[in-house]
Design a protein around this ligand. Structure first.
Ligand code: S3P
Length: 176
């Protein structure tokens, strides 16, 4: 039996490699909600991988597509929404998402982000000479945006089921 959820949407934000997709999937099963991944939706709408959108159309075009997908996802209810790491850096996206549900920030240290993303090739923003420096820099720039979430969970050293369980407890306390 899914655990009951009284919320329109639960929205996960946070840096690349903070576990938004995996945690979102687990949380959606436990809460009996649908799962929406905005990066996957962008790839469906564009008909190509995010890496190719960056290569062929540039980051600005990607952000325009991202904004339209955020509006689309926020227009529905009954979902856990996992977002791309750059979504909150557009203040309009945060306004839209905070109106559509409870926004939860998955916090991760630069070290744990690096551990989780170092094997992958699919993140164009980290395809640079010094990816660890880039992670620290982007985290510093983005933290004030992430901090506007309703709730925050530290994911460092925790498993996906642990993080999902903590979010469920926080949601209960927040709405009681
Ligand atoms: C991005 C994060 C990625 C993806 C794109 C840009 C970012 O999503 O949207 O590569 O700006 O931080 P994840 O956070 O799911 O890796």
């Amino acid at each position: 039996m899914p655990e009951e959820s009284p919320y329109a949407n639960v929205v996960l934000i946070g840096f690349m490699g903070s576990g938004k997709t995996q945690t979102g999937r687990s949380l959606s099963q436990r809460l009996g909600l649908r799962f929406t991944d905005t990066d996957a939706l962008i790839e469906t709408r564009a008909g190509k991988a995010i890496r190719r959108i960056f290569e062929e159309d540039g980051e600005e075009a990607f952000r325009v597509l991202e904004r339209s997908v955020i509006l689309e996802a926020a227009g529905e209810t009954g979902q856990v929404i996992a977002t791309g790491g750059g979504v909150p850096a557009n203040p309009d996206n945060m306004v839209t998402l905070k109106r559509s549900g409870c926004v939860v920030w998955l916090q991760a240290s630069p070290e744990s982000v690096w551990e989780r993303v170092r094997e992958g090739q699919e993140r164009p923003l980290l395809a640079v000479e010094d990816p660890q420096g880039r992670i620290r820099e982007l985290l510093r720039i983005r933290e004030p945006f992430y901090a506007q979430a309703h709730l925050a969970v530290d994911t460092s050293g925790k498993s996906v089921p642990e993080v999902a369980g903590e979010i469920i407890e926080l949601l209960r306390a927040y709405h009681s």
